[in-house]
Design a protein around this ligand. Structure first.
Ligand SMILES: [Zn+2]
Length: 207
């Protein structure tokens, strides 16, 4: 893969027959793009074992794009007025690639189109930027890049909280579809489900 500044990234590391855990821990770009994210409510639910498009991430792609240290990412963060009439929140989001502008569009569309019955899911946010690794792993969370937002945990399901791998979800698809329209994938479509989590991944949403 060629970057505009001339940087080259290898697509295929040549390692065959990786297990899913090996793809998570040591992926190449090919692994990252190997599962197709299906937009909309007509997706294969619940997800098949280890089917979780977007959860395999080639970390150098993200550190190159959005920043390779907490300080570097923070220099690219801007404030987004998130759901002013529902949440009344100001969140920090990465300005690179239009991520923050796209989050603002999600906010605008939710406010303009979703009724009160949807507000309980989104009237709180569990955070955006946080330079941290994913719990129990050596991998950076996409919250480290300021490109992800968690909505209200009260109505969310997360595989690590549940102690089993039985997929559950309470988040309405109307909310999910607005995020997807503006370049975000949803952690609810993963085998290792994380239904509060929305992540800016336009490279997975190209039709
Ligand atoms: Zn999250």
């Amino acid at each position: 893969m060629y970057w505009k500044d001339g940087t080259k990234m290898q697509w295929d590391d040549g390692i065959q027959n990786k297990t899913h855990d090996e793809k998570l821990d040591n992926p190449d770009l090919e692994d990252m793009m190997s599962q197709k994210y299906v937009k909309g409510s007509n997706w294969d639910s619940p997800p098949a074992e280890n089917f979780e498009p977007g959860r395999i991430r080639y970390e150098p792609f993200f550190t190159k794009m959005y920043g390779s240290s907490s300080g570097e990412v923070q220099r690219s963060l801007v404030s987004v007025s998130w759901l002013p009439s529902i949440c009344g929140c100001t969140v920090q989001f990465n300005n690179i690639n239009g991520a923050a502008a796209q989050l603002q569009k999600v906010s605008d569309e939710i406010e303009a189109s979703l009724g009160k019955e949807f507000h309980k899911y989104i009237n709180k946010t569990a955070g955006t930027f946080n330079w941290r690794k994913i719990a129990g792993t050596n991998r950076l969370s996409t919250h480290a890049f300021g490109t992800s937002i968690d909505i209200n945990t009260k109505y969310s399901n997360y595989w690590q909280w549940d102690g089993n791998m039985v997929w559950k979800n309470q988040i309405p698809m109307e909310i999910v579809e607005i995020f997807e329209k503006h370049g975000f994938i949803w952690g609810g479509k993963w085998y290792h489900y994380d239904t509060m989590h929305f992540e800016y991944r336009p490279e997975l949403l190209v039709d």
